[in-house]
Structure formats: C-alpha cells, structure tokens
Design a protein around this ligand. Structure first.
Ligand code: 0L1
Ligand code: MG
Length: 255
C-alpha cells in the first residue's frame, strides 16, 4: 500500500496535478508512514535521473504551524529539477504555487546524529545564501493533515538561491529582516529569528530528525531552513521581490 501511494504522489508531483488527501482513503496512516512514502516517491525521481541535492525544513515558525494546524516542523527532499536557474517560475506544471523567503546553508561535511550541535553545523557550513522557495501542495485547496503534507514532500516544488554567497560570520543570521513585495506592494515582512529562533537551529533540528530515520546531510548539499514570512500565493504575471536587509534583493517572475 505504501509503495502504491508513493507511486501515485510521484506521478502527481511530476505532472503538477492535484489530488485528494491520502488520509481520506487511508486514515490509518501516521507521520512515520508518511516519511517512508516521501522517501519512496523521491527515490523514483532519483532513479529517473533527478539527484538528491539537499533538504528543506518546513513549518519552522509558530505562525506557520498554526496556519496549517500542526505543532512540529517537518522536512522534505530537494532534487536537482527543483532548482530554478533563472528567476522565472512557469505556471505550466504548477497547481497553486506560493513563494516564501528563506536562508539556505551550503554544507561541506557530513552532518549526522542526535547529538549534533549548532557549532557542528557552523563548522560544516561552506556558505550561506538567501533563497526563495516555491511550495505547491499537490492536495486540493492546499489543505492537508501533517501526515498528508509529509508524504507530499513538505509541498516542495521549486527553489532559487541568491547570486551572492556569504561567510557564516558575515552577519547575525538570526537578525535578517525580510520584506516581501508582490507587484510592487509590500505584502509580508518577517525576521529570520522566526525560523526556530535561528536558522542554524533549523539545520540542527533537521539533522536530528534525519538521524531518527537513518539519514544524514552529505557534503555539497543545500539546506533550506524555513520560511521567514508567510508564503504568498502567486499567479501568472506576478512579480515577487524579497528584500533581505543588508544582504540581497531577490525576485521571481511568474509566467
Ligand atoms: O516550506 C514550508 O514551510 C512548507 C511546509 C508545508 C506546509 C505548506 O505547504 O504550507
Ligand atoms: Mg519553505
């Protein structure tokens, strides 16, 4: 059953098609089952030539957890085809995309185990970059339970990282103010401490969660630490701009 569900989710992710929540037909599924389904569905992508290049943390702010009615962060897998090279998001292949600004860590050493510390993460950080993540739940109306969203790879769809790479010591990475503009109008603002108090703590939490499932971060992997503001809904023709104070302004054009 788990394999069948993973196959189905993979097809919906690949083709940008919405579906009913898996917990409607299978209310007995739990979050552990969901992480198995997530792994199996992304293994399909990997076998089809789309390698794993990193991990993302989701639901890292209390506001975001409340908005989807859960009380814990989740993780998802990032594959090569999710990374946008240009600042353009095509609606073709998307369902109901939303965009959120994040801080990303590029890791250069293996990170594993429940005892990992923030110091370990800093020592394994090659550089930090701002990023925009596009989430696009495969579930109708962007509505799901914790089990559903974990199985759907934490709504991962696309992401783009900034042009400039920063040293971990460049600034206080928990004090980055971000303003999000849609078509020139400010729609959201936040500060990076909203990400589990500090984005580095999000990487620590990720490593701990992965270790429970026998996984680890490999050198060369990129980690999206979680949305600094609410994700904003976008449509064809929209232009999103994220102003990371003192860092960089990133934009995404929806076509
Ligand atoms: O990246 C995220 O925080 C999204 C996690 C999944 C919840 C959602 O789709 O809003
Ligand atoms: Mg995110």
């Amino acid at each position: 059953m788990i394999t069948e569900i993973a196959n189905k989710i993979y097809m919906h992710q690949k083709n940008g098609l919405e579906m009913d929540k898996i917990t409607i037909e299978h209310p007995e599924l739990n979050v552990n089952n969901a992480y198995e389904i997530q792994k199996l569905s992304i293994d399909h992508a990997i076998k089809n030539g789309d390698p794993l290049i990193g991990w993302k943390m989701g639901l890292t702010s209390i506001a975001k957890q409340k908005s989807v009615n859960v009380d814990e962060p989740i993780y998802g897998r990032l594959t090569k085809s999710m990374e946008l090279e240009e600042n353009e998001l095509k609606m073709e292949g998307s369902i109901h995309p939303r965009v959120e600004p994040e801080i990303a860590f590029m890791i250069n050493k293996p990170l594993f185990g429940h005892d990992v510390t923030a110091k370990d993460v800093w020592e394994a950080t090659e550089y930090i970059v701002p990023a925009l993540e596009v989430i696009d739940s495969r579930y109708k109306n962007f509505s799901f339970t914790l089990t559903d969203v974990v199985a759907d790879n934490a709504s991962s769809s696309k992401f783009i990282i900034g042009k400039q790479q920063y040293s971990p010591t460049y600034t206080s990475w928990d004090e980055i103010n971000v303003e999000l503009y849609k078509n020139g109008v400010k729609v959201q603002s936040g500060v990076s401490s909203d990400v589990l108090d500090h984005p580095v703590e999000s990487v620590v939490k990720l490593v701990q969660m992965l270790s429970k499932n026998g996984e680890q971060i490999e050198p060369g992997m990129i980690i999206l630490t979680g949305g600094i503001t609410e994700a904003i809904h976008v449509e064809e023709g929209d232009i999103v701009e994220a102003r990371f104070e003192g860092i960089e302004t990133m934009s995404l054009q929806v076509t």
